[in-house]
Design a protein around this ligand. Structure first.
Ligand SMILES: Cc1cc2nc3c(=O)[nH]c(=O)nc-3n(C[C@H](O)[C@H](O)[C@H](O)COP(=O)(O)OP(=O)(O)OC[C@H]3O[C@@H](n4cnc5c(N)ncnc54)[C@H](O)[C@@H]3O)c2cc1C
Length: 416
């Protein structure tokens, strides 16, 4: 009988499991995943860029405390692949006011943001002199907004870090095992066949897996893009939906190498660059490449396994990319992969909630789960331990039900 079973060995599940053990080392905790190891779901597919700039306070708190924690771990000698290259938002004319206001709010909070009217980089800010760009409806860039407290990291190193500290605390894992369902039992069993009946109060007593039943007092589903399907099957409606996301890798040679090496604010390498129309360029200095993606609207669907689509590169990304960064002309990806965002379609914030006694969910990371995983894991651990308050890294205290699914949050406007 485990005290807690965490389903999902992605970054959210591993952070949750670690914080449970950290808070109460005597607990018996088991992490179960269908894959043969940690972080092999969307954590491994991530572009793993991080920032602390968001328009909603809860996202700022989740990201800031997590990024501060990762920085401290890395300072302590564990390489998480963190590089503070910054985020450069190339702000199109139509979003200039929104971003100016966001920049002012951030400055008031002490966050360092710089506006650039010009850039010493091979990037075109003015595209309206190009007929094709005009036909495509592409806007000129009003200014570049650099967020310094932002960058890139290695998601596999992060999830491995949580795995190591968790197992060092005595945490157990069961890989290659698929969770099929949850076993409920009446709180007051009457010994009648067919229990639990609809009129009985129930509690969780375990999970059914491909390897048999595992008994547990509490189950936490940290199942990312699979959560909607699993919760639907149990009859719990959550506003979570999987949306396919793809990454295309282009070698940074020639003028692109110059771009990769054109760091801003004394940084050695290019920032993560967000172009208008949701196209982003994520530098990977270690391999001398750019990882390129786009936040396109597409049907919500879980594809297994998700495959990258050449047409998205050719028609969805390349035309926009080459207008703002002509150095990409004639370039083709040397590698590509696909995964899913696990989107909260109501407000783009994560969900950490108790559904019935002993059954919890920690999901809905909406494309920014790496940068918030530590805080989400802490909130999930405190909530599942029955504590009213959750202490995030740096002593920030929030209600542990702050991320419940039927809350009322302001919608996040800075979604990439
Ligand atoms: C292309 C792409 C780019 C991204 N870029 C960024 C970025 O720049 N910055 C950022 O912060 N975030 C980014 N993200 C989002 C980030 O990767 C996710 O938010 C994060 O990895 C979610 O972690 P998770 O633990 O919730 O999910 P996952 O890592 O997917 O873990 C869920 C686990 O649950 C397991 N599981 C599911 N169902 C079952 C079952 N029935 N039985 C057993 N195991 C099960 C899966 O095998 C999986 O290992 C990106 C995502 C993608 C796809």
């Amino acid at each position: 009988m485990y005290d807690y079973v965490v389903v999902g060995a992605g970054v959210v599940g591993m952070a949750t499991a670690y914080h449970l053990k950290r808070l109460l080392p005597r607990l018996r905790v088991l992490v179960v995943d269908q894959h043969p190891g940690v972080g092999m779901g969307d954590t491994a597919k991530s572009a793993a860029a991080f920032r602390t700039i968001f328009t909603s306070w809860i996202n700022r708190v989740l990201a800031k405390t997590s990024v501060d924690f990762y920085r401290e771990v890395q300072r302590g000698g564990v390489d998480l692949g963190m590089r503070f290259v910054g985020y450069l938002f190339l702000v199109p004319e139509e979003n200039a006011d929104l971003m100016r206001n966001a920049a002012q709010e951030l400055r008031a909070m002490g966050v360092s943001v710089d506006a650039y009217e010009r850039l010493e980089m091979p990037i075109k800010l003015r595209v309206s002199d190009d007929e094709e760009a005009r036909e495509m409806g592409l806007s000129d860039v009003a200014f570049g907004l650099l967020v310094r407290d932002a960058g890139i990291m290695d998601p596999e190193k992060l999830v491995k870090y949580y795995y190591e500290v968790y197992t060092r605390e005595g945490g157990e894992v069961l890989f290659g095992t698929k969770v099929e369902s949850v076993v409920f039992s009446p709180k007051k069993p009457l010994g009648i066949p067919g229990e639990p009946f609809p009129w009985q109060d129930v509690k969780v007593v375990g999970i059914e897996t491909s390897a048999g039943v595992v008994e547990a007092k509490n189950i936490i589903f940290a199942t990312g893009a699979w959560t909607e399907r699993l919760m639907d099957a149990l009859g719990f409606g959550l506003p979570l939906k999987p949306r396919k996301r793809q990454v295309f890798v282009v070698r940074a040679t020639g003028e692109l190498e110059a771009l990769l090496r054109s760091g801003l604010a004394d940084r050695e390498y290019s920032p993560m660059i967000i172009l208008p129309r949701g196209v982003y360029l994520r530098p990977e200095p270690g391999e001398g490449t750019y990882w390129i993606g786009v936040s396109d609207r597409r049907p919500f669907r879980l594809e297994e396994p998700p495959e990258p689509e050449e047409a998205l590169w050719r028609f969805g990304i390349y035309p926009v990319l080459t207008k703002y960064v002509p150095a990409f002309e004639g370039r083709m990806p040397q590698n590509a992969w696909a995964g899913h965002y696990d989107e909260n379609v109501v407000d783009y914030q994560p969900v950490v909630d108790r559904l019935v006694e002993g059954l919890y969910v920690a999901a809905g990371t909406s494309g920014s789960g790496i940068m918030k995983a530590d805080a989400i894991g802490r909130v999930a651990a405190y909530l599942a331990l029955g504590r009213e308050k959750a202490e995030l890294y740096g002593g920030v205290v929030v209600d542990s039900n702050v991320l419940r699914h039927n809350r009322c949050f302001e919608e996040e406007r800075l979604v990439i």
